[in-house]
Design a protein around this ligand. Sequence first.
Ligand code: CDT
Length: 316
Amino acid sequence: MSRRLKVSSAQLGPINLADSRASVVKRMIEMLKEADSRGSKFVVFPELALTTFFPRYWYDDPNEVEKYFENQMPSPETQPLFELARSKGIGFYLGYAERSEEGGKAHHFNTSILVGPDGRLVGKYRKVHLPGHDDHRPNVPYQHLEKKYFEVGNLGFNVWKMFKDDVRIGQCICNDRRWPETFRVMGLKGAEMVVLGYNTPSDNVYAPHEPPYLRVFHHMLSLQAAAYQNGIWVIATAKAGKEDGFWLHGGSAIVAPTGEVVAKGTTEQDEVISYDCDLALGEYIRNTTFNFAKHRRPEHYKLISERTGVEIDLAN
Ligand code: CDT
């Protein structure tokens, strides 16, 4: 019997500062029901799905930002989502801001989890590639303070087996998708599918000349290249639209291991897209062009894990 997994990407439209977590969870529940009515067994929600994209705001008082973080998951507000998913036998990916106590100290991460169809936590990921800055820049149209509010993730890139067919699923978050290293590590661990959520501003605050269409193009380019170069399914889910006037692009997508887009969101609102993924589709890519065991030459890649920034290093 062929191994297939019907997945849905559940894009969220804007979440404004005034919106409660309970109201957001209600929207997610509606989308989970829609995914269920289509026969999906796996639903991918966005990055930092429960609140507005708060890293755009500077807070002088560090205690003020704590309100965006979750101390436990499921939290009282997300419990109904976990219960509904379990009752329907649906697994899901959820991004949220995590506050954890470790070694007697509070730690803050941009986190995502995979929850199995039985409601149990399968795996946790903490975002590695944190974009933006940690200093106060009051003169830009909006800030991007992930480097201030989160620590670099300490769990690495992992792959878990899920569902009755032991589908090998990896996860990452937003900016991670722009880095080929993210996917290659999971590809080397045998991933068949990588899922991720994102909040991507439509304007590039560091390069204001860059038009919004290029932002979406680079997003799609990253997903499609990662899917093809590792022979994996990639499911990416946006939080989109104008949050209190700050524009995040949509473009939630399901990309086949061939690099082809098989489903794509068309709105910047709550929207479910679905696809029945044939897990054998990537095998020919992983066995031929990207047969890692046969063709990779790690002795020539050392610099990738040793050097962070560019050092002009010419051969002549
Ligand atoms: N959330 C997130 O990682 N967003 C980034 C935008 C960074 S622009 C400073 C992204 O790569 O989409």
